[in-house]
Design a protein around this ligand. Structure first.
Ligand code: NA7
Length: 538
């Protein structure tokens, strides 16, 4: 099949891109491995899965959708978000352009025709001028490599590949391995049904209370009336949320009691309000970070009755936010239940799975069910699974063997018209807000090419080098590099053997948008354009 554009993935980014391509009057097809829309929200259907962004900013700024769609919860669950994506796709009539069950295996650029040839697992092939990846940051599960994996006779689940049918934990002895955002959301739900739940924790997380609740009509009305302000705040916010800034730093406050009062307000506000509406130097000043970390540890001690368990749950030795902090509901409270126990595996890795459970620290544990909440080969995992070759057959995998190198998180040198929607080194922030801006930018780039009769564009090696350095420099100005010791996925440090490279631009959503605008306003400075088949013309 020949089209103007192929989009890989039909989650938030893929659907938003399809809508834009339709507006541009281009023919397009999206290739999606799942059997429905949603991406992350299709695969991650484990109990308790929900956003950590407030619903009214985890969406697109289409006025007609904003008014028609009624969010049910402050932090929507998996099912609600997936329904929302379907609603948007149907309103814009783009679902018909999605091919489901199509896992892309290769994308090769043809120098002679200046077009991409895309193939999928079932042998289908597509050619296009514009090749978009909309793969998601967290879409390739981190396969646990525990010895004896196949020997366990009970049920095994992975949070990121949860079955569509309900899993019944009633009366079962369940293990959850992993206490990242997914484990933290699933654990309280599983604990309610299981006969006994054992949580295996390698690194304790700083868990903020989500303070989730249903929304009422009055609140929905207020939000619907104020979307322009919501988006204006979000676009100017460091992480793309309609919040803050706090307007104060650690030194602006005279004493610890007043700091604790501010932290308490943030705690009650819930989720990322604790990060962004307390102190603006939380990830820049060690004292500010230490104060927040100690406040959270005190909350854990106040909540968890058993002091030894509270201490095990208390993160130490890495800065708050240097690992992505999750929001939870009844997370710490769950460890007060008689049917829940916590096993620290920080010093004793899981030795092996056995026929009846697993072994760690020389002790055998028996289970009916094991749940892996072990995370993802983040950010680069999905793109590295596709055999992508650019000009002269150069392999992306080879080019990125030391880690990804992009310009703006959108393009890589030698890969004409390959556009990553929120690829490696794009901004780390509330993702729909970033997607919206990147898609608008891509639309502008395509218009620019059409206007000037260009066939293709690709970043210069100098632009890529400059961006990669900028991304690393900004990261180095924060407290975040210390997350490497705590296996932070911001750096790929959670995936054994993966080269360490800063995987995001941490200069904030607003900073990223300025960088995008600067490039577009300067006629896409940092990109090379070709009139005709790229290589033939040189
Ligand atoms: P995360 O946040 O990467 O968490 C994975 C968890 O699994 C984490 O606690 C890991 O411990 C643990 N893990 C991973 N491998 C192992 C092994 N081999 N042994 C024991 N424990 C292990 O993934 P999530 O799915 O929870 O969340 C990902 C993002 O989704 C989240 O940040 C939000 O943005 C949404 P570790 O901390 O590495 O010691």
């Amino acid at each position: 099949m020949d089209t103007d554009a192929v989009v890989v993935g039909a989650g938030f980014a893929g659907i938003r891109m399809l809508i834009e391509l339709q507006k541009l009057g281009l023919t397009a097809v999206a290739l999606e491995a799942g059997s429905d829309l949603g991406g992350t929200w299709y695969w991650n259907r484990y109990p308790g899965a929900r956003t950590d962004s407030e619903s009214w900013s985890y969406c697109f700024p289409f006025p007609e959708i904003e008014q028609a769609w009624n969010w049910v919860e402050r932090y929507p669950g998996q099912e609600e978000v997936q329904r929302y994506i379907g609603f948007v796709a149907d309103r814009f009539d783009v679902r018909r352009n999605v091919r489901f069950g199509q896992r892309v295996t290769s994308a090769h650029y043809d120098d002679a025709s200046a077009r991409w040839a895309i193939t999928t697992e079932d042998g289908s092939s597509f050619t296009c001028t514009y090749f978009f990846t909309a793969l998601g940051h967290l879409s390739v599960p981190q396969e646990p490599t525990f010895p004896g994996r196949g020997s366990f006779r009970g049920e095994v689940y992975q949070t990121s590949q949860w079955p569509k049918e309900k899993v019944d934990f009633t009366g079962k002895r369940v293990a959850v391995i992993g206490t990242g955002a997914s484990g933290i959301q699933a654990i309280p739900h599983i604990a309610q049904a299981a006969e006994h739940l054992t949580v295996f924790q390698r690194t304790p997380n700083y868990v903020m209370p989500a303070q989730n609740h249903d929304l009422d009509d009055d609140f929905r009305r207020t939000i619907k009336d104020s979307y322009p302000e919501v988006w204006s705040m979000a676009r100017n916010h460091v992480f793309g949320f309609p919040m803050g800034p706090a307007g104060r730093t650690y030194d602006d406050v005279a004493d610890d009691a007043e700091r604790d009062r501010i932290f308490e307000e943030g705690w009650q506000a819930g989720g990322f309000h604790f990060v962004f509406e307390t102190f603006d130097d939380l990830i820049l000043d060690q004292r500010s970070n230490d104060a927040a970390a100690e406040f959270i540890r005190k909350k854990i001690r106040d909540t968890v009755h058993d002091p030894a368990t509270a201490e095990l749950l208390s993160p130490r030795g890495y800065p708050y936010v240097s690992k992505r902090p999750p929001s939870g509901t009844n997370y710490y409270e769950t460890f007060n239940r008689d049917n829940v126990s916590l096993v620290d595996i920080s010093q004793n890795a899981i030795e092996t799975l056995t026929e009846t459970g697993l072994r760690t620290g020389g002790q055998d544990y028996e289970f009916d069910v094991i749940v892996f909440a072990t995370g993802f080969d983040a950010v680069t995992g999905a793109i590295s699974k596709i055999d992508i070759r650019g000009e002269h057959g150069v392999e992306l995998k080879e080019q990125w063997s030391g880690g990804p190198e992009t310009f703006l998180g959108i393009g890589s040198a030698g890969f004409p018209n390959m556009f990553m929607i929120c690829g490696p080194q794009s901004a780390y922030a509330n993702i729909p807000v970033i997607i919206e801006k990147v898609v608008e930018w891509l639309s502008r780039a395509i218009e620019h090419m059409r206007e000037h009769g260009y066939q293709s564009m690709q970043p210069t090696p100098q632009a890529v080098e400059g961006w990669t350095k900028l991304v690393a420099d900004i990261f180095g100005m924060t407290l975040l590099p210390a997350g490497e010791s705590a296996h932070s996925w911001y750096l790929g440090a959670n995936t054994p053997g993966k080269p360490r490279r800063v995987l995001f631009y941490f200069g904030g959503a607003a900073g990223y948008f300025q960088e995008l605008d600067k490039v577009a306003d300067a006629d896409f400075e940092g990109f090379d354009f070709s009139q005709a088949p790229a290589v033939a013309a040189r």
